[in-house]
Every structure is written in C-alpha cells, then in structure tokens.
Design a protein around this ligand. Sequence first.
Ligand SMILES: Nc1nc2c(c(=O)[nH]1)N[C@H]1C(S)=C(S)[C@@H](COP(=O)(O)O)O[C@H]1N2
Ligand SMILES: [Mo]
Length: 455
Amino acid sequence: MSEEKHRARDDALVSDVLKNGTNLDRRSLFVSAAAFGAAATVAPAFAQQPASPPAPSAAPAAPARRAIVKDDSRVLNIGATVRSGNYWNFSTFMTPVEEFYVRNHYPTPTVVQKPELARDQWKLKIHGSSVERPLELTYEDLLKLPSRTIIATMECHGNGRTLFWEQGGFTGQDVAGGNWVMGAVGQAEWRYVPMSEIFARVGIKPNAKTVLFWSGIDGNDMGRPMPYSDVVAQQNDMGICYAMNGNPLTEDHGMPVRAVVPGWGGTASIKWLTEIRITDKRVWCRLNTKGEVYLGPSYGAPEHAADDEFIGVTAADIKGPMVTWMPPKSFITVPLVIDKSPSLPANYPLKKGELPKLAAGAQTMRGYAWAPQHGVKQVEYRIDGGAWQMATIRPPNLGKYTWVRFEFPWNAAAGEHVIETRTTDNAGTAQPEAIPVNHLGMANWSIPKFRIAVA
Ligand SMILES: Nc1nc2c(c(=O)[nH]1)N[C@H]1C(S)=C(S)[C@@H](COP(=O)(O)O)O[C@H]1N2
Ligand SMILES: [Mo]
C-alpha cells in the first residue's frame, strides 16, 4: 500500500486527536519573527526566513528514499539520519515541526516498510513482572484515554557537543559524535496519556523497579529503561504521546506514538513505541550502558546485580551513568564559529573559521534559555569578558519545562567580540565555565562563547 493510501486511511482515526482541544491559544505562542524578531541584527543570511521551495519541474523524478522524511530546507544536515535545528533563525516560543531537530539512530521507519506503524495496525503492549493486569492498546484505545498537553523542550543529549571541540580544548579523539552545534533542542506542545493513567489501569505491584520503553521497530536495540521511582515522580508530566503542536506525530518524530519524558535528554523519549514493560529487575541495554551515557575519567560505571536483566549487552558493557535531566543551558541566535570541530555540517551558514557579521551600532541580541529540572531563574550575558549583566526575559515563561526567550541591548563597536550567556536555574545552579570531558560528548552545558565580527 502506498504512503498516500495509508495516510488517507489514517485520516478518520487521526481526526480524533484534535477533538480534545488544547489548553492554550496556540496562535499566541507562534509569535511571528516580526513580533519577536529573529537575530535581525545579524547579517541577513542568518535573519532571513526560509526560502520558498523550488518550483516543481515539469516531470519530477520519483525521489530516492530518504533516511528522514522532513524537508531539509529548514534544518541542518549533520549526518545521514540526523538533523539539527537552525537555532540562529529561531524566533518563536514554539518550534514548528518543520524546524524541529530529528535524532534517529536508524533511518525513519515508514508504514510501507513497517506496516505495524500504520495507525490502524499499531499496538502497544503494557506488561511485565510488576504488572497486575497486562494491557494491549490500539491507537483508537489510546485516543479514548484521558490525555493532557504539556509545553516542553526536547533536547538531545549530544546537543552542544560542539563546545567540547570549539572551546573545551578537546579533539575528535577525545570526544566523538555528531556536530549538532546548539540546535538539537526545540519546544513543542505534546499531547500524551499520562503514565499515572496507565499505572492506574494495569495495577503496579510493590516490587516494580524499572519501566522499559521499547520500540524495536527502527532498530532491534531501540528502547530505554527508566527507574520506576523516576517515572512515578513525573507520572503526570510524562507519558504516551500521539500529537505534537496539535497535529498527529509525523514519521520522523515517532508516528504514530512515542514516549515523551519532559526535561530528560531526548533518548528517554522513545519513538515508534510498541511496548512498555514494568519489571522488578534492573534492565540494561545499549542506551543505558555504552551509548547515551557519561563516559570518561570523572564518571564511574554504575553497579549492577546478579539478577539484573541484559538485552543485547553484557555486564562488561556497563561503562558509565546514563544521562537523565538536561542541565541549564542558553544560546543567542547567532551561529557559533566552527573552527576546531572534526566536521562542519554540510549546509552550515558559515565556512570553517568564518565569523558571523553584525553591523556596528545599537543592536538587540536575542536568545533562548532553559533549565527543565528546576526552571530558569535568570539569564546573564557578558561581552568581551566584562561584567555579567542581567538579560531581560520575555514572556511567556510557562514553568520549569519551557524555555524562555531573552534579550539585551548591545552597542556594537567595530571589531571582533565574544558574547557569553549563562542560565541560572531555580535551584541556584548556573552554567559553568567548563565541564569535564566525556567521550560521547553528552550534555555540554558550559557557558557558550559566541564570536562575532562587527563592521
Ligand atoms: N525508536 C527510537 N526512539 C528514539 C530515537 C531513535 O533513534 N529511535 N532517538 C532518541 C533520541 S537520541 C532523541 S534526542 C529523541 C529525538 O526526538 P526527535 O527526533 O523527535 O527530535 O528521540 C529519541 N527516541
Ligand atoms: Mo539524543
């Protein structure tokens, strides 16, 4: 069956998604670039809106199958199956799906290759040794369950890896992985069935230790365990998600259903979800042993027990602690200079070593800050190593899971300058000057340094 036919068949099912309505006037959140302003101060190349798509040619050839489905024109191509956000063009509070980063370990699976992802075929199994009454849900069943929406950032653990190379003094030998720059983060409204609803329906035994979110669709190692206690702590805020920004999930973002764990590194939010297993054992698989973990001299390998469960890995693969909450971070909407990184994203707006240009004079610099564990308390900036000054936070600020936009005036004098930004969260934790190396380049939250040439 063709993609189009699948889509047509899905229509009846997905129209239900929107019946629940939303809590917010979404239009007020998609503030136009004109209202908030892209980095209009930066040379036009970085401020301009995306170019309109090329006119279709007379006889379009059938496009080759792509590893991701969305159009590349509004994202940064950093590898075969990974796209970063063009964060220097961000201006809205909500990130449009078209501009939202995609982090896939394998190509995006589509219904043609994986019929079990069709909305009328999909099933979610909820079972395990700690479950009283195992449950199997269809997509229609899921849509009938009580749902909530949450506006939250989603960020890849590897976002900001670039900072290890550009300002941490580390090489491609020390730190390996995709060159996301700062764009593997976005903010969306997620509609989900909270885990609390699921737990109430299946009944959880007192012995529960682990909740394993599993796909197995895009690759046979794609799933991630979460400690049961952590899921309970967030049981109303996280869950089984089927809509993003008010529309059904697209292929790249986990169609038809994914997990969403606000505030935790993106890996926890397993896409193309098929199974939730709640067990009395600790579970180890690739994404909490040797992939998506802190690996380096400052990090010890976690302990394991004889009766732990291993999926496709052994005890010897347990190399470092998994990433959980994402730390406080910030950026201004200026492309970071890429000078020392082992790779340059194919469609990056700057050449290797090139500085972004800004016209001399009074400018308003703008940026984004987030700190999902405790929420953003304040954002500061400094210029050329001077005193830290308070940036102005622009509303809305909808709580700890949402990012904020900030701005500050700058009277830019001709010459080269460095702008730094620093988020402090409500627990008093501020972005540090530097962080210890970890070889997979996880969660670099050090103060970013943006170099700019003013003329
Ligand atoms: N099944 C599956 N789920 C997955 C992944 C994946 O490759 N396969 N990537 C994870 C990672 S590392 C991240 S950062 C987020 C990215 O979500 P997005 O592509 O919707 O932005 O999905 C997570 N869920
Ligand atoms: Mo990720």
